[in-house]
Design a protein around this ligand. Structure first.
Ligand code: NAD
Ligand code: LMR
Length: 330
């Protein structure tokens, strides 16, 4: 049976994450080896030529699943009929820029893109925001798309989740497949809380599997995961690209195809008030997914230690929401 191609939009397509992402989407790693795709590449005008170069290389791969490529600097065109939108392009922080300037500059990108999704996307659109500050950019896009169900807008904390899994596997001396039920709570920023206390590692409780070593958790594990993005920038000389692209593929693949039994993942999603996280902000939670929908894992018991860290990251998200509200962006 020939399947109808899925329309996948990638913004910032000529950037470094775009370059690590597009070839894997076209080879079936986003939606599956039997799902044809049309790619819609959105770039700013000066980067259109570079995006054309990437499209030439995509052609040269002769990917059997890749049907059609559109390159444009018009958001309405890029999001026309889109089923999956990966919002990667963002305004990076540059020297002398305050956080408010960064939020305002990104509001100028994610507000109009949210509106273009609202007006043009397919009814089943799923949106993943990768561009930083990812949670608040996702909030801006979501609030500018009132006709799209709020739960379709998500922010990426899967890279943090994968980083946490890798660190735990190393410490416990097991493979990554043995590490389950890790959670990233809060913001995709240095305040995030990577939580191993609910995890299961090779059949043991997560904390026990790392030697019940609280000092390791506090002084190594949490900062290692939360500050890994900065560490990559320092060591590699550029921000994470292949691992970020890989996490974007994982995020959407899990959202569409479901979490494995006995496991969950982490996604930045619109809070429904669970775990005391104020309704409406986009915060990372433990979620299970099935049939293209996700649910927050309920009933987890949080220690005072965990509670304080979740509260700190959520407070940062509330401050960001208040700032973009004051700027008139939402
Ligand atoms: P990059 O600078 O290499 O590429 C960004 C691209 O976006 C550029 O080609 C630029 O022209 C384009 N762009 C800018 N404004 C645009 C707009 N309005 N519409 C369409 N395209 C636009 O950056 P990168 O390394 O690919 O990273 C992209 C973003 O992802 C950054 O914000 C980065 O901080 C973020 N990031 C997030 C995570 C995460 O885990 N959530 C991880 C890594 C990077
Ligand atoms: C990451 O987590 O690797 C990125 O968000 C870092 C960054 O600032 O781009």
């Amino acid at each position: 049976m020939t399947r109808t191609p899925v329309n996948v939009t990638v913004t910032g397509a000529a950037g470094q994450i775009g370059y690590a992402l597009l070839f894997r989407i076209a080879s079936g790693h986003l939606l599956g080896a039997d799902v044809p795709v049309n790619l819609r590449l959105l770039e700013i005008t000066p980067a259109l030529k570079a995006a054309e170069g990437v499209a030439m290389e995509l052609d040269d791969c002769a990917f059997p699943l890749l049907r059609d490529i559109t390159i444009t600097d018009q958001a309405n065109t890029a999001f026309s009929g889109t089923n999956v939108a990966l919002l990667v392009g963002a305004r990076p922080r540059t020297a002398g820029m305050e956080r408010g300037d960064l939020l305002a500059a990104n509001g100028g990108i994610f507000g109009p893109q949210g509106k273009a999704i609202n007006d043009n996307a397919a009814d089943d659109v799923k949106v993943l925001v990768v561009g930083n500050p990812a949670n608040t950019n996702a909030l801006i896009a979501q609030r500018n798309a009132p006709d799209v169900p709020a739960e379709r807008f998500t922010a990426m904390t899967r890279l943090d989740h994968n980083r946490a899994v890798a660190q735990l596997a190393k410490k416990a001396g097991v493979t990554v497949a043995d590490v389950k039920k890790v959670t990233i709570w809060g913001n995709h920023s240095a305040t995030q809380y990577p939580d191993l206390f609910q995890a299961e590692i090779a059949g043991k409780a997560g904390f026990e599997a790392v030697g019940s070593d609280q000092a390791w958790v506090e002084d190594f594990f949490i900062p290692k995961v939360a500050k890994r993005g900065a560490e990559i920038i320092e060591v590699r000389g550029a921000s994470s690209a292949a691992s970020a692209a890989n996490a974007a593929l994982d995020h959407v693949h899990t959202w569409v195809n479901g979490t494995a039994a006995g496991d969950w993942t982490s996604m930045g999603i619109v809070s429904d008030g669970s775990y005391g996280v104020p309704e409406g902000i986009i915060s990372s939670f433990p979620v299970t997914t099935k049939d293209g929908k996700f649910e927050i894992v309920q009933g987890l018991e949080l220690s005072e230690f965990s509670r304080a860290r979740i509260d700190a990251s959520v407070a940062e998200l509330v401050a960001e929401r208040d700032e973009v509200t004051a700027l008139g962006l939402i």
